[in-house]
Design a protein. Structure first.
Length: 329
């Protein structure tokens, strides 16, 4: 007796799912992305529940119509269409989309042409996701990066500048001068060095207080800035001492610069109280690379020695390599 063969199990492959309307509907409903299918004439033929939830339009308002209502930006639609025509598929194409209430949101669209056995276009399938949350995250990251960059910039400025005068601090000024010498095209670049000291500054602090002393320091820094070139390197050397590095300046140019600063500072009284302004003076020593020294440290040492020679010989003067009394006020 021949036994009957058991019935073949139902097909469980993907084609079987597509051929079963109930399973196909379940597949479409389960898809988390908005799914839209258009005909070869670009009319909407399928508009899933996820799409209705995303866009807010009812199926009656969309089916049989073009995608213009959902994607109103003509240029963006044209770019999407060109990519589809060229490659037959698009992944993660972002373009503006419109909801039923008129709000515009960033949509990520992946699409593919569906073709028949003979290459004819049967339609186009679109998968759409709302990228609003991603854009919000990106915007937050962008703002955070800007804030971080701004904070780093402020910290860098604080690390390199004197907080009272706004000039470079000693380390930053020396670094900038070294960079000039290293980057100069000339084999023996010229660099002027002027070291200034405010005369009898301790007496100002002791008589009028440290706030008055701060105003005097700030006024001298302002005099430096007002007579400096954009390329000049200005710094607070420490206490009441200041330094200026003058790229490409010879010794005579550096001495003339120091004289202008000395005159400008002494010509404008510093207000230390509502009803009191005092006149202050400064002394300076100047040097130059390469005429006086070969290195920055050596040039600063020479200028510093000439500064103290100016202090010993009467103050309110500039001393260079010629005569310590030649430029007395």
């Amino acid at each position: 007796m021949k036994l009957a063969r058991p019935p073949a199990p139902p097909r469980a492959d993907f084609l079987a799912i597509l051929s079963d309307p109930d399973l196909l509907q379940l597949l479409l409903v389960a898809c988390p992305d908005a799914l839209i299918v258009t005909t070869p004439a670009n009319a909407v033929a399928l508009y899933t529940g996820a799409a209705e939830e995303l866009f807010g339009f009812s199926p009656v308002e969309v089916l049989g119509r073009s995608l213009t209502r959902l994607f109103p930006d003509r240029r963006a639609r044209t770019r999407l269409q060109r990519q589809l025509d060229a490659a037959g598929r698009v992944a993660g194409f972002e373009l503006p989309a419109a909801r039923h209430d008129g709000t515009i949101f960033p949509a990520s669209v992946s699409a593919a042409r569906v073709t028949g056995r003979f290459g004819e276009t049967l339609g186009t399938v679109y998968y759409i996701r709302d990228h609003s949350s991603i854009r919000a995250i990106e915007e937050t990251l962008r703002r955070n990066n800007e804030d971080l960059s701004s904070m780093v910039s402020r910290l860098d400025h604080l690390a390199r500048h004197d907080p009272l005068t706004g000039l470079l601090n000693r380390v930053a000024a020396f670094d900038a001068a070294e960079r000039f010498l290293l980057s100069a095209a000339d084999a023996r670049p010229s660099l002027g060095v002027a070291v200034f000291d405010l005369d009898r500054f301790k007496a100002v602090n002791d008589t009028y207080g440290h706030l008055a002393g701060d105003r005097v320091l700030a006024n001298f820094a302002a005099a430096l800035r007002s007579h400096a070139r954009a390329t000049d390197i200005l710094g607070r050397f420490g206490g009441e001492e200041f330094i200026a590095f003058l790229p490409s300046a010879g010794l005579d140019d550096t001495r003339a610069f120091a004289e202008r600063i000395r005159f400008a500072f002494s010509a404008v009284p510093v207000r230390v109280a509502e009803d009191l302004a005092i006149s202050c003076t400064a002394s300076a020593g100047v040097a130059n690379i390469p005429s006086c020294a070969e290195t920055i440290d050596e040039a600063v040492r020479v200028a510093d020695e000439r500064l103290y020679l100016a202090k010993r010989t009467g103050r309110n003067r500039v001393v260079d390599h010629d005569s310590p009394t030649e430029h007395a006020a």
